[in-house]
Design a protein. Sequence first.
Length: 403
Amino acid sequence: MTTLRRRIEDRVREAIIQGHRRSGRILISDTTLRDGEQMPGATLEPHQKLRIARALEQAGVHSLDAGFPASSEADIQAIRLMVGTIRGPVLTALCRTLNSDIDAASKALDGQPDHKRGVSLFCGTSPLHREFKLGKSRTEVLRLIVDSVAYAAERFRIVAFSPEDASRTEPDFLCQCYEEAIAAGATTVGFPDTVGLLTPEKTRDFIRLIQDKVPGIERALLAVHFHNDLGLAVANSLAGVAEGANVVQCTVNGIGERAGNASLEEVVMALTLHSDQYQRKHSIDTTALAPLCSLVERLTGITVPRMKPVGGANIFATEAGIHQDGLLKNPDTYLPFRPDVVGGPDISLVLGRHSGRRAVMHHLQSLGLSTDDTTVGKVLNRLKEMPGGTVIDSKLLTEIAAN
């Protein structure tokens, strides 16, 4: 690459980064197909990854962590299926700080437009990782980072770098890693809480530290990546957003290693419902969220807990009589958002021991059955006598009303 061309491309890249930063828009980066798939039992075939990638594209994600080419031929095949097909999001490939990994990523992404392809480099930086995983000193780790980022920047316009186990890395060394990575050509730097141990308060401290103490941070986008080992991945992601992070990396249904990752649908809905607080726009079509959750559940085989926010089966269902009465009068009485907002199923008034007269009347009326006081009272009495776990479907309800 000529010096002039390099200067022009650097100017264009810096202009794009500054445009993103000035807009204040939160970029949603999905890693379901890579970090999410690392969850035991969640392995996806290449054609299944393509289906999910298409759904994520339609939902409006900014970038897709498409896979780890150096890890398996299946990842390469999946990425090759996406190249030229997925046109909206940026496709990125994960790489260690090895030139061979970067070469593998370049080959896998060959044919994807330069502004829609990138690499995500990672290197352990905490004392634990330096001593027991890498066997390297601070100086040696920094050299790995600089050399690999520079090598990647010669081959990709979009180069992300994340210090693995950042949340357990010494603050001064963490800032030095970011500074050197940006100087070497990183366009995004990530803050990963690799073992999911942070709280929102400590997250804010880290993000402030990075923004205040890393020279050149304004020349790169800042991404946050949280794991859910304490159940705080979404809360920590939102804390990062509140402190000015530009990118949130997350997975559909929050799948991932151990306790999983920050849940894409939860982060998006929190930003949507509390836009007055965060004042950060996003490009996700919220009506695509529930179908996306269902698709990932079907293809990975990882069952979504019934009470899981946004995508769980019980989110729009209730058996409680007081709640059922309120929902029939106005759905907003007992819902934070209506089903259509996330493309979810209709409200379900489940009949059981806790149901009230209004719900019974509603179901009887929908079946064309009598709703007189005697019939309603008879059904209510029978419901309270039903063994736990009994499913009251239309057939059984008809029989109860008739006898």
